[in-house]
Design a binder for this molecule. Sequence first.
Ligand SMILES: Cc1cc2nc3c(=O)[nH]c(=O)nc-3n(C[C@H](O)[C@H](O)[C@H](O)COP(=O)(O)OP(=O)(O)OC[C@H]3O[C@@H](n4cnc5c(N)ncnc54)[C@H](O)[C@@H]3O)c2cc1C
Length: 503
Amino acid sequence: MDLFAQIVGPEHVHTDAETLRRCSSDLFVWPHARTCRAVVAPGTPEEVARAVRAAAAIGWGIVCRGSGTSWNGGCVPHEDETIVLDLRRLNRIRVLETADQYVTVEAGCTWSTLLEGLKASGLRPVFEPFGARATATLGGLLSMQAPDDCAGVLGIEAVTGAGKLICTGSAARAAHPAPFFRHFGPDVTALLLGDGGRFAVKTAVTLALEPLPAHTAQAAFVYATFEAMMRTVVACCRLRTPARLVGLDPAALRGTHGEAAAHALREALARGRRRRLIGALGEVLSRPENGEPAVQSDEWTLHVSAEAVSERAARDVIESLREHCLREGREIAPCLPAGRHVPARELIGPDGERWVPTAAVVPLSMAETAATRVRQLFGVHRARMQGFGMWESCTVVSRPGAVIIEPCIYWHDELSPVHLEQPDVVHAGKSGSAIHFPEGRELAIELRARLTELFTELGAVHLEPGKAHPFRTLLAPQAAEALERLRQAFDPDDRLNPGNLER
Ligand SMILES: Cc1cc2nc3c(=O)[nH]c(=O)nc-3n(C[C@H](O)[C@H](O)[C@H](O)COP(=O)(O)OP(=O)(O)OC[C@H]3O[C@@H](n4cnc5c(N)ncnc54)[C@H](O)[C@@H]3O)c2cc1C
C-alpha cells in the first residue's frame, strides 16, 4: 500500500475492514461480490493517472466509484486483487464560462454541488439526469446514463487504462483546447458515456449551459389502468413536442403519513426539494375534495409539463396534448413541480424497506405490451410477494421516440452500508426494516432477473450498464468485436472495472 500512499498521501489510502466492505457495495445485493484490497482516493487527475499506473504495475484491477448509489454492481468488485478508486475528492467546479455557456466540473462533484454552484449564474446544465439523486456524482451519472442521450455533454477529461490523461471534443486540440464543442472529428466523448467505467476513469466533464426557463406550464390527468396511461404517453410522445411526461402508478399513493406528508410536499414544492415527494404527493392526491378524493387508490396519474420563452408558448404545448390526455383520462389539478422534476424516491421505502429499480427504454410500438407484461409478471408472483410484505411501484417517463419504464421492487431486508452512509437515511433515523425474510431477498433477486429477461425479450434497451443486465451477449458478433477493439485501445490490459458490460 506504500506505493499508493506515496501518490495520494497515506490519509487517502484505506485498508480497514469497514471501509473496504462499504466501498465494495452498492444499493443491491451481490452474492458474488469480492471485497477490494484497498480504497485509494486521489485528489487530482495526475494522481488518478499515477494510481492507475501503480495498480497496473502490480497487476491489480481498478473499480471506479462515485457515491456508490447505484443498483447494478458497476462499482462492486467481482474479482480479488482489486483497488477501488474513490473519486469523491475530485469535487471542484473548475471553470464556469458564462460567455461560452459551459461549466467544467470534476467527476467526483455531486449533482447537487454543481446546481448549487450554478445558482447565481441563472444557468443550468442542458444535460438532464432525470430523477437523479442529489448525491450522485457526475462521473457515476455519465458512466450510467447514456440512454438519456447525454445531450449537452461537451467533453470529458479521463485517464485511460494505460494511465494517460486525455480530453475529448474541442478540448482534445493541442493548442486552444477550450471545451466548448463536442463534435470535433469522431465523437470520442460518446465512447465514454454509459461505458460503466470500462473505457477510462473520468476525471472531469464539461457540460453546456442554458438559461433557466422563463415560463412553465403543467397539467395532470388520471387513468383507470396502466395500459390507458401508457397509450396516452405513446400518443403524446409521437407528437414530439418539448413537453415532459411522467406517469406514476397507484403505489405512489402508498406510505403516506397524514399531515406530515402534505407538509413535506408543500416544503418540497417551495424549496424545489424532491425527497419524500412521492409519499407526500400521494397524501395530497388522496385527500378528499368535496367528499371525493382527487385520485382513487387504484388509479394512475400522468404529469405533463412544458417550459418555454413565454407563458403562452408553454400553455400552447400543454394544450396540444390535452385532447390526447383526455381521451381516456380525466384532468386534476397539477401537483408536481413544473419543469424537469421527476420525483426521486427516497432510498428506502415508507416502512424502511429496501428497493431496487429496473429501468428499460422501450420502443413506442411495444410500450403498451410492456405495460401489460409487467403487470402480469407481478400478478403471477403476487401471492408470494404478499407473503413477505413485498410490493412494487412503477414510473414511466417519456423520451423522444421511446418510453422509459422503471418498475421498482420493495422488500424487507437489512440495509447495505451504502444506504447507511446517506444523509437522508441517517437523518430520518432509519436503520432498515425491522423484519427480514431471507426468502424475500431471494424473491427480489429473482423478480429483478425476470424483469430483465422480459425487457430483453421485448427488445428494450437497458439503462445502467454494469453487471445486472445483459449487454455484450446481446450484440451481434461483429459489433461486439469492433467494440472490444475500441475498448482495448483505451484499456489494453483490461484493468478498468472488470466485469462491467460483460454479461
Ligand atoms: C430514472 C433513473 C433510473 C435509475 N435506474 C437505475 C437502475 O435501474 N439501476 C441502477 O443501477 N441505477 C439506476 N439509477 C441510478 C443512477 O444511475 C445513479 O443515480 C448514478 O449513477 C449514481 O451515481 P454515483 O456517483 O453514486 O455512481 P456509482 O454508483 O458510484 O457508480 C456508478 C457506475 O459508474 C462508474 N463510475 C463512477 N464514477 C466514475 C468515474 N469517475 N469514471 C469512470 N467510471 C465511474 C462506476 O464504476 C459504476 O459502474 C437510476 C437513476 C435514475 C435517475
